[in-house]
Design a protein around this ligand. Structure first.
Ligand code: TXA
Ligand code: MG
Length: 317
């Protein structure tokens, strides 16, 4: 069922069931992070491998000490500045957080979502919510309740509808490596915003298909079913009939295809708007029965970095 009934969501979560919840980044598939059965159900519903750890979600930074041992000063200042918001921090977990949540790691990923409905939800619970994005493993993340309904609707008792996600990209994951502030996943909080706040450059981990240290960094991820290309449209059109190809661009239509086969992420060239529209646009093109989708990379700055990361992973097979 899909709806806006907060008490229904609270009730189900207290019973140990899983519920899809809105966040400002993407929809999450949530369950009690302290309940092994609820967490197992999340992995089962998503068909997610158990080596890929989950983010825990709480309402307030002042509660963080219940679940993590400490917040190093450099990360605490980031937390105070950017939480609630599209930022996740990797912190030393307390043992009350089950191994299954962290895939055995000594660190747990912690996030404070800003979405008002989910804030109210979390305030009514005395446990954190473990929540991966609410999509089948490897597919595009959902940014609308209907996206969750289409893929997981049969498998879960409730989808809390909080409207379309205003950020549209998963959270930026930050932790320490050799005591340096490090970005482990590019996301909805731009790296420039973090650097500007800290007054220094920060290191960014490249994605890889063989980096079990950051499992969400699996190379092939966020992938549509339709073959997805980052090559020049003209090159791909040599392989396929015109009517079998879709084009996803940043702001301009290509003259090589009818406009009906194209989606522009932001005609104004606005990075925020492009991020908001990205996953819904990929889904729309994926549902058109095309033989190929070609995407244009954005300039490598601002949220263009995270958008390009998702486009590259969608194209990696
Ligand atoms: O915006 C978001 O972060 C969304 C919403 C629902 O909060 N959640 C999300 O979760 O994107 P998910 O499960 O799709 O991605 C979680 C990723 C993992 O794949 C992994 O890369 C990283 O977070 N992660 C989680 N726990 C970790 C840990 N203990 N150590 C290292 N990386 C971790
Ligand atoms: Mg995900």
């Amino acid at each position: 069922m899909i709806g806006t009934n907060l008490s229904q969501a609270v009730k189900l979560l207290k019973q140990g069931q899983v519920v899809a919840i809105p966040t400002e980044t993407v929809y999450g598939l949530a369950g009690n992070a302290l309940d092994i059965k609820a967490i197992s159900e999340i992995f089962h519903v998503k068909q997610r491998p158990s080596f890929d750890p989950l983010i825990i979600h709480i309402a307030n930074l002042s509660d963080a000490h219940k679940w993590v041992k400490e917040i190093p000063q450099s990360l605490l200042s980031l937390a105070e500045q950017f939480m609630p918001g599209p930022l996740t921090l990797l912190l030393k977990r307390k043992l009350i957080i089950p191994d299954l949540v962290t895939a055995g790691s000594a660190h747990v990923a912690l996030r404070i979502p800003a979405h008002p409905l989910t804030q109210r939800l979390l305030q009514q619970l005395n446990f954190p919510l473990a929540a991966p994005s609410a999509n089948p493993f490897g597919y595009i993340s959902p940014t609308q309740a209907a996206h969750v309904q289409q893929q997981l609707g049969e498998k879960i008792p409730y989808i809390l509808d909080g409207g379309p996600c205003p950020v549209g990209l998963e959270s930026t994951i930050v932790g320490l490596e050799n005591e340096q502030v490090t970005v482990f996943r590019k996301g909805g909080l731009a790296i420039e915003a973090i650097e500007k706040f800290l007054g220094q450059k920060i290191q960014v981990k490249p994605f890889s298909s063989s980096n079990p240290e950051a499992p969400g960094m699996l190379k092939s991820h966020y992938a549509p079913h339709t073959p997805f290309f980052l090559d020049q449209l003209s090159v791909v059109l040599q392989q396929f009939k015109k009517e079998d190809v879709g084009y996803l661009s940043f702001k301009d239509y290509s003259t090589l295809l009818p406009e009906a086969q194209q989606i522009r992420l932001s005609p104004q060239g606005d990075y925020k708007e492009a991020a908001q529209n990205l996953f819904a646009a990929m889904r729309l093109l994926d549902n058109r029965g095309l033989k190929g989708i070609v995407a244009e990379l954005l300039p490598e700055k601002d949220l263009g970095l995270a958008i390009n990361d998702r486009l590259r992973r969608a194209a990696a097979r």
